[in-house]
Design a protein around this ligand. Structure first.
Ligand SMILES: [Fe+2]
Length: 384
């Protein structure tokens, strides 16, 4: 048994109708609230009105910042702080997908720490922030239980991270009534982010027996439920909301690997959804780690597959089943970009170093080249 540390703070409230608890749970941190959300879903779904009514009932004073864009920029975080115009708040509530939650977390930190988000990026640790209450509206990022806030630096066209114990939400409310409204495509994309978290956490060099429990259970649920969740099954969606939280706990302990590190280029330069970026790199990264002696065979066996080949084939089949594009070429990446992609991948060293082995530039290039060719050819090369 290896030595390990497992730390997971915060209350998790799961269940249909649990959003009704938001006001009461938020009020336990104070009476002045900043609500952070995206531009459209909260309003269009009617949930914003419902939340504001709930806040009024328990006597909360609310400021709303509803301008978080997908892949939120550092500027958005600064705007979220400025919207308060010096007014103090006691607690920050994030309602939305990973983008709104990550923005809410960074804003909660910046209100306390001051300065610019650039002053507090990884490798610095965020040890102080306002209490955060997180309500995910998608089933993928697990941000409601992690100490990460992933942001975009628009000037350098780079993904950057704030991380630290103070960014773990004090309360996460997981209400499947909210995620029932997700479009099927978003279920597929965010579901692959959660699958990536689960599989990457297991093979990460920081994995522990306890983080493995969360990773394996999340992966099992996702393999069994993602296609029906995408097609609209409420039961399957409920399980996906649960699994994405489990995978969030796994990644909060063990961290992500090359899959995330290589995917950021696709999101930043091709505006590709983060989960889809992961899905387009996952099969080749798993095969690479398997060949290099990572725990991919053990992962496959624990998930009921006979070999790591079968696991990789199952990931490819799942991607096909939920309509993930076949290759990075089909989303508009050109072969001429390969050099730049490899160079940029190494700027996300924290992810690359967290895998079981550190890849060389040539190996990263090879993985991108396989992702460029696509899953169909790759699967044939595995079986022959
Ligand atoms: Fe992710």
């Amino acid at each position: 048994m290896p030595n390990f540390t497992f730390e997971q703070s915060g209350k998790i409230v799961f269940g249909r109708g649990s959003l009704n608890e938001l006001g009461r749970l938020t009020a336990s941190f104070g009476s002045r609230v900043l609500l952070v959300t995206g531009r459209s879903f909260a309003v269009n779904s009617g949930f914003l009105a419902k939340i504001l009514e709930n806040f009024r009932e328990v006597g909360l004073d609310v400021t709303v910042f509803q301008e978080v864009e997908p892949n939120p920029s550092l500027r958005t975080v600064e705007r979220g702080v400025h919207v308060l115009r010096g007014k103090s708040v006691d607690v920050v509530v994030g309602f939305g997908g990973g983008s709104a939650l990550d923005a809410a977390k960074a804003i909660a930190a910046l209100i306390v720490l001051g300065g610019s988000p650039l002053d507090h990026l990884y490798p610095r640790s965020v040890d102080r922030a306002l209490p955060i209450v997180a309500v995910p509206t998608t089933t993928g990022t697990g941000s409601e239980v992690t100490r990460y806030s992933v942001l975009t630096n628009p000037l350098e066209k780079k993904k950057v991270v704030m991380q630290g114990p103070a960014l773990v939400p004090k309360v996460a409310i997981l209400d499947p009534d909210v995620t029932d409204l997700m479009p099927g495509r978003l279920v597929a994309s965010t579901g692959f982010d959660a699958l990536s978290h689960a599989l990457e956490a297991f093979i990460s060099r920081r994995a522990s027996p306890l983080s493995d429990l969360f990773a394996l259970e999340a992966a099992r649920i996702i393999f069994n439920n993602l296609p029906s969740a995408m097609r609209g099954s409420k039961e399957a969606r409920e399980l996906m909301l649960y699994a994405s939280m489990l995978a969030g706990v796994a990644i909060n302990q063990a961290g992500s690997t090359m899959v995330h590190g290589l995917g950021y280029y696709l999101t930043v330069h091709h505006d590709l959804h983060h989960g889809v970026a992961n899905s387009l790199l996952l099969p080749y990264s798993l095969a690479y780690y398997a060949e290099k002696g990572g725990r991919v065979s053990e992962l496959a066996e624990k998930l009921g597959f006979r070999s790591w080949f079968e696991l990789v084939a199952a990931v490819c089949k799942l991607a096909d089943d939920v309509g993930i594009p076949d290759s990075i070429a089909s989303i508009g990446v050109s072969a001429g970009e390969l050099d730049a992609m490899v160079e940029e991948a190494f700027s996300y060293k924290r992810n690359l170093e967290n895998g079981p082995v550190m890849p060389t530039p040539e190996e990263v290039r090879n993985i991108y080249a396989m992702a460029f060719e696509g899953r169909r050819g790759f699967l044939k090369s595995l079986t022959h």
